[in-house]
Design a protein around this ligand. Structure first.
Ligand code: GAL
Length: 368
């Protein structure tokens, strides 16, 4: 959990933006809520490596005091510091990539005091082997002497879920770039339904940074979402156990979205130590109104009802499809994660209505 600069700042990152974001993460209670990584994305370096040392060099206009200054500032706020590079020859925004410089760059990031590296996939030489490139950076970081989380970003290519855990990578982007529109929320969450089972402690499926609170501002604007749509976005990312990286401007955050990002029940679902895959209990009402379920630790269950359609709709869940038979006499005690309201024990089936693009999420326990 943390913050990544790409969605809002894009190419316009600089020291002030990072320091202000670090201050805000503490002030707004986001670090206390668990968002403790601050990751600088693409566009932080000079366009060329240092001709003598071969090292990547921070852009002195954007980072006048160098990277250690920024990293120390972030560490002083009790946060972890993240950097960005690319497995190809250039980054996606055309800055130097780490191809053939993996060990030197890993040492450089360790010198910066980095705790995290996002590692992209642009400008990969045609014959280079994707899995081997991630293995190289993984080994380079492990050799660097610093504990650095490696976040692979190959957008789900090469069936990444099948080999990425073996490389030592800690999380892996499985989707294209998230953009600020409800279509992306639907498409990216559902694109992984047959792959969430690969995501587990040690190596997590990352369905990309959050657009919650962006309201069509920043680098990935695409019409924006409503508060209701951000609510559904965040709920689905938590059901997916995706890593959670905030992307909106924290110096001007909408209070509803801030509360949403700090919702303790949803964060508990996201961070559940067992990280079991979300499943579809097979009782959808129509095509675009869906029910998703996930087994949690402590014998609990998370249920998420979503209305992806453009009209108000009825959703229906037969408890039998969760494995809870009517004959057992058990039902579900359901707690609404947004209001903390206890709905009592629901038996046999549950049905409800939802507005367009809205969702309802419950943490449930079996009871007679
Ligand atoms: C993309 C990546 C984005 C962002 C961008 C930077 O490949 O998926 O998350 O890092 O590059 O140029």
């Amino acid at each position: 959990m943390g913050y990544n600069t790409w969605n809002y700042y894009g190419t316009n990152i600089n020291e002030k933006a990072i320091l202000d974001t670090a201050d805000k993460m503490v002030e707004l209670g986001l670090v206390d809520a668990g968002y403790n990584y601050l990751v600088i994305d693409d566009c932080w370096s000079k366009k060329r490596r240092d001709p003598e040392t071969g090292k990547i060099v921070p852009n002195p206009e954007k980072f006048p005091h160098g990277m250690n200054y920024v990293s120390d500032y972030v560490h002083d706020k009790n946060m972890k510091f993240g950097m960005y590079s690319c497995a190809g020859t250039r980054t996606c925004a055309n800055y130097p990539g780490s191809f053939d410089h993996e060990f030197l760059d890993a040492e450089t990031f360790a010198e910066y005091g980095a705790d995290y590296l996002k590692y992209d996939f642009c400008y990969k030489p045609k014959d280079a082997d994707g899995p081997l490139l991630y293995r190289k950076m993984s080994m380079a970081l492990k050799a660097s002497g610093r504990d650095i989380v490696l976040s692979a970003c190959n957008w789900g290519e090469d069936h990444v879920e099948t080999w990425v855990r073996s490389t030592g990578v800690d999380l892996y982007r499985s989707t294209g770039d998230n953009y600020d529109a409800f279509k992306a929320v639907h498409d990216y969450f559902t694109s992984q339904l047959d792959k969430y089972a690969y995501s587990a402690p040690g190596c997590f499926n990352d369905i990309d940074m959050l657009t919650v609170g962006m309201f069509n501002r920043g680098n990935v604007a695409h019409g924006g979402c409503t508060r209701t749509e951000y609510k559904t976005h965040f709920a689905l990312w938590c059901m997916a156990s995706s890593p959670l990286f905030i992307g909106c401007d924290l110096t001007d955050i909408d209070p509803y979205c801030l509360d949403l990002l700090k919702n303790k029940n949803l964060l508990r679902i996201d961070q559940d130590e067992e990280c079991r895959p979300v499943f579809v209990p097979g009782s959808q009402w129509g095509d675009s109104a869906d029910v998703y379920a996930k087994v949690l630790s402590n014998n609990e269950l998370a249920l998420c009802f979503v209305n992806f359609s453009d009209e108000r709709r009825r959703l229906f869940l037969n408890l039998d499809s969760l494995g809870i038979t009517a004959a057992s006499g058990y039902g579900l005690r359901m707690k609404d994660v947004f209001t903390d309201e206890d709905l009592g024990v629901v038996k046999e089936f549950y049905d409800m209505e939802l507005d367009s693009h809205d969702c309802a999420v419950y943490i449930c326990k079996m009871e007679k």
